[in-house]
Design a protein around this ligand. Structure first.
Ligand code: FES
Length: 138
């Protein structure tokens, strides 16, 4: 059986001369912290995939799963635009939801995120809402 690989982003992190934003992801289960390099405007999911961080993103940023769930620092969370209703609905289904949880595919990198720590939940709830199938039942 072939395992599908999800991939968002361009496949590699920015070079140092591109003046990247540096921050870290923390695998909470293993307490393993990994620094990443990011471009402003990339989503956290794209950054994760460009830097080989294991953050799934099953629906490839189409806002139909919660496998890109990340936990942000309070200061970062407070300065983001509020999530759309669809994101809030999906977050309600995410494993290990916290008060500073967001979907990684909906959060774009800014310079103000330099040095932040993004926690990866110890698990994800792997589901994918097939909008086409849902439309059949309308
Ligand atoms: Fe599916 Fe983010 S990748 S909602």
């Amino acid at each position: 059986m072939q395992v599908r690989q999800f991939s968002c982003g361009i496949g590699y992190p920015p070079k140092p001369e591109e003046n990247p934003v540096r921050f870290s992801f923390l695998y909470t289960k293993e307490n393993d912290k990994q620094e990443v390099l990011a471009r402003e405007g990339e989503t956290l999911l794209e950054v994760a995939h460009n830097n080989k961080i294991e953050l799934e993103g099953a629906c490839e940023q189409s806002l139909a799963c919660s496998t890109c769930h990340v936990i942000l620092e309070e200061e970062i969370f407070e300065n983001l635009e509020s999530p759309k209703e669809e994101e809030e609905d999906l977050l309600d289904l995410a494993y290990g939801l916290t008060l500073t949880s967001r979907l990684g595919c909906q959060v774009k990198v800014t310079r103000a995120m330099e040095g932040m720590l993004v926690k990866l939940p110890s698990n994800t709830r792997n589901f994918y809402v097939d909008k086409n199938k849902l439309d059949l039942h309308k």
